[in-house]
Structure formats: structure tokens, C-alpha cells
Ligand binder design. Structure first.
Ligand SMILES: [Zn+2]
Ligand SMILES: [Zn+2]
Length: 286
């Protein structure tokens, strides 16, 4: 049981040294670690360059922009290195070369061009930015920034949640061409600071998420079960939480474990926890 819902020993969400907010550990070290931990399939899903138009509108400063994504030149090196590793370790692990694509409303043509000009073997579609105070704000940069740049701007945490989920819906509907990623990244990333700031009603986003799951199903998309949130001190919960995983299973939405590794030591994090949850949910009669 369980195989119909997800593929075992697959990590579908990882980063490399091309990500400036990760560590400088080389991509190859992640692969060696994944092999040691028994993984059989591994997707590199690095953040690609961001549209210039967006970077101009991020008010936190150039240093943050530089941390968020690589340049176009680095993108070529990234693909080259990933493809070399794929060949080198072919016998031991199946490496898929992909990207974690940002959906940014109004800048779809940039994203579509990027997707049209790069062949991806796997990919994620994520929301990391929302319109906010003085431009566009990163939703997961820090609790203080979340409060100052978004909560104060929208007027309440509830309204930030609404804006975030509306953006997720828009990303699912967006026409990003034939190479559009098929998996929604960390659906509930907006919960990252929930132990600091959260809606008064703990079930506030239930209805919106349920609606989004039907949309994911209708569009034949998949869900990233991202363990990073479990290790975030102000979140302590997977993205998405267990009830969402149960609902996705009921709908038959394919689920893919994602460590969202930004360091070698993150490889495989929470995998046992994930398997445990999946086994429990599978045993439960629907
Ligand atoms: Zn992400
Ligand atoms: Zn990521």
C-alpha cells in the first residue's frame, strides 16, 4: 500500500550551491548524501533568475535580491553541472534536472520565456513574493519582515493569507506554456511564522485550501509535501499540514516528498516522519 499515492525514496525539492541563501557546499555532496540515505530519485530544483522588473520593486535592498536567485550566466553553469552529475551517478541514483519557478503575477511573459528556453525534467511552481509595502515582499524572509511588509500593508494576517492563496490559484490557472511545472511547491508556506502571527480562527484557510486542491486535481497537477516547515521554529508543521495531505489523497492528487534542502545535512530530513504519516493515512479507511 502507499505506492499509488507517492513514490518511495524520491526527493522532489532540493537546492544547491547556486542558491545564495543556501550553503556553499557543492551539489555533488548532496547527491552522495542522498545515495547514502537510500534515495533512488533526486530532483535538483534551484531558483532561476528573477525578472529584472521584480528585483527593482523589492524594497529590502540589492543584497536581498542577490541572495534570492542566480544570474542568467549562472543558470547555464547550473544546468551543466546537474547534467554532469546525472551522468556520473546514473547507475546509483536517477537525477532529474529542474527548477523551482516563481509565479509572479503580471510578469508571466518573463517566466514563460525562461520555461520555453530551458528543457526541464522536473519542476515546482511556488509563490515567494506578494505585493506589499513599497513594492513586492518576500513572504518567507523573516517574521519581522512578514509583519512589517505584509501584515501591516494588508491590515491583518487573514488578509495576507487571502492574498497568498489567491496568488496560488492564479499560478495554477496561469498560461506558462508547455513546460509549466506540474507540482505546486510548499502550498502553505504562508504558515511559516504561524507561532508568531496567525489568523484568529485556526481553520481560517481551510475553505480556500480545499478549493485550491480541487483546482490542482482538475489541472492534473501534483503537490510538494515539503518538510522544511516542520523544522522552522515558528511553523513546526509540514507544508502542507496533515489534513491537506489526507484531502489530496482522497482526491487522488500525486504527492511528492520534498526536503527543500539548502545544506547537505538537510538531505532526507523528515523522511521518516513523512513515511509514518503516509502509512497512517493510507491505513485509515476513507
Ligand atoms: Zn520555495
Ligand atoms: Zn525550495
Amino acid at each position: 500500500m502507499g505506492h499509488e499515492y507517492f513514490q518511495k525514496y524520491r526527493d522532489g525539492h532540493t537546492h544547491t550551491h547556486f542558491c545564495k541563501h543556501g550553503s556553499e557546499e557543492r551539489a555533488e555532496l548532496y547527491i552522495v548524501e542522498a545515495i547514502n540515505k537510500g534515495f533512488r530519485q533526486y530532483s535538483f530544483t534551484e531558483h532561476p533568475p528573477l525578472p529584472f522588473e521584480l528585483t527593482q520593486k523589492i524594497p529590502n535592498g540589492q543584497w536581498l535580491v542577490d541572495e534570492l536567485a542566480m544570474s542568467m550566466n549562472e543558470l547555464k553553469d547550473y544546468f551543466k553541472i546537474c547534467k554532469e552529475l546525472k551522468e556520473k551517478y546514473r547507475e546509483k541514483i536517477d537525477i532529474l534536472v529542474g527548477l523551482e519557478i516563481d509565479f509572479i503575477s503580471g510578469m508571466e511573459s518573463f517566466t514563460r520565456d525562461l520555461l520555453d528556453s530551458n528543457e526541464l525534467e522536473d519542476g515546482l511552481l511556488s509563490i515567494h513574493f506578494l505585493p506589499g509595502k513599497n513594492g513586492w515582499r518576500c513572504v518567507d524572509y523573516s517574521a519581522e519582515d512578514f509583519h512589517d511588509g505584509l501584515v501591516k500593508y494588508y491590515g491583518s494576517v487573514e488578509k495576507v493569507y487571502d492574498a497568498y492563496y489567491e496568488m496560488v490559484e492564479e499560478s495554477i490557472d496561469a498560461n506558462l506554456g508547455p513546460n509549466k511545472p506540474s507540482r505546486i511547491g510548499h502550498l502553505t508556506l504562508i504558515h511559516k511564522y504561524q507561532h508568531y502571527l496567525k489568523p484568529k480562527d485556526p481553520d481560517y484557510d481551510k475553505e480556500h485550501i480545499t478549493k485550491i486542491l480541487s483546482k490542482i486535481k482538475r489541472n492534473g497537477m501534483e503537490l510538494d509535501v515539503n518538510l522544511a516547515g516542520l523544522f522552522q521554529p515558528m511553523c513546526k508543521e509540514m507544508y502542507p499540514p496533515i489534513w491537506v495531505i489526507q484531502e489530496a489523497m482522497n482526491l487522488g492528487i500525486p504527492l511528492v516528498y520534498g526536503s527543500d534542502s539548502h545544506k547537505v545535512e538537510h538531505v532526507g530530513r523528515g523522511y521518516d516522519y513523512f513515511i509514518n504519516i503516509m502509512n497512517k493515512l493510507v491505513m485509515k479507511p476513507f
